[in-house]
Design a binder for this molecule. Structure first.
Ligand code: PAF
Length: 283
């Protein structure tokens, strides 16, 4: 496994592989890898012949509520884990390398309403930061395929839209959320939970499942279901930002007759902002 820190080295290796007919699969991460990330890497192995992972903590997607300096960084463990998963190359650039002016893709990236709702409403600028770094990483690595998790469902839809808007020939692959034995979705932010909060945390997923069961049984009182779920989370000790029942393709409010629905939630527990979602076919 090679580790490179400059765009020049990244491009040199990828151009060589492409000239040899290899199919490049990119897995962008911010490091502190857990089972959720490793599932992306395992999926990447099925999508192409060379796996390229990036480890870059993108300061543009942090806001005042989350301390960039406190974000968990575990580079040595990350490299060991990626080596075990047969990763071919890891790109670990510094901020100045990624944000050098010549790597800007477009002066301003296309923004659409997806950026400003749900997590975009509670974390202003977050998705602009994600789109900025992902577009740069796509431009640098020029992959055939890129892999993202369904755990960050809104991010996934924004990246699919970004690829269409920029006219990029990159296939976006999505991987189901990986969970701990009690249902809590793997996340680097789980490290912020103390033991008492960790015991409460699985109730977020349990609440989504409860709402999902009701939808599958034919219930369509979506806004009432959202408020009730929010109240139950509050009673359990969370500070919910939102619980939302949306069309899984567009993230618009789910219509009565919608049959592919995503139930999304974001809620604070102590210092951790947890997000989760489940997809439901109601038809
Ligand atoms: O999902 C993440 O870890 C990040 O948002 C990403 C896509 C690596 C961009 O920094």
């Amino acid at each position: 496994m090679q580790t490179v820190a400059t765009v020049a080295d990244l491009r040199q290796q990828i151009s060589l592989w492409k000239s040899q007919g290899e199919r490049i699969v990119l897995v962008p991460t911010m490091g502190n890898l857990h089972e959720g990330h490793l599932a992306l890497v395992r999926h990447a192995a099925r999508c192409g012949s060379k796996i390229v992972c990036t480890i870059f903590v993108n300061s543009l997607q942090f806001d005042r509520q989350e301390d960039l300096a406190a974000y968990p960084r575990t580079p040595r463990e990350d490299l060991d884990a990626l080596r075990c998963e047969n990763t071919d190359l890891v790109f670990m650039p510094e901020h100045a390398e990624v944000y050098a002016e010549q790597h800007r893709v477009q002066k301003s990236l296309p923004v659409n309403p997806l950026y400003r709702q749900l997590c975009g409403e509670f974390r202003p600028g977050f998705f602009d930061g994600v789109a900025e770094v992902v577009s740069r990483l796509f431009h640098m690595a020029d992959p055939d395929v890129a892999v993202f998790g369904e755990k960050d469902y809104q991010q996934l839809l924004i990246i699919k839209q970004l690829v269409r808007d920029l006219g990029l020939a990159i296939e976006i692959e999505q991987v189901p959320t990986q969970r701990e034995h009690d249902g809590l979705a793997f996340s680097s932010r789980n490290a912020y939970l103390d033991p008492q909060e960790r015991a409460i945390a699985p109730q977020l997923y349990a609440e989504l499942v409860r709402v999902g069961e009701r939808i599958k049984s034919g219930l369509r009182t979506f806004s009432q279901m959202e408020s009730q779920a929010t109240e139950r989370l509050q009673r359990a000790g969370f500070r919910p930002d939102y619980v939302a029942i949306r069309d899984a393709e567009t993230l618009e409010n789910a219509a009565y007759e919608a049959d592919y629905i995503v139930i999304l939630a974001a809620a604070w527990l102590g210092k951790a902002r947890l997000i989760d979602n489940i997809l439901v076919r109601s038809g």
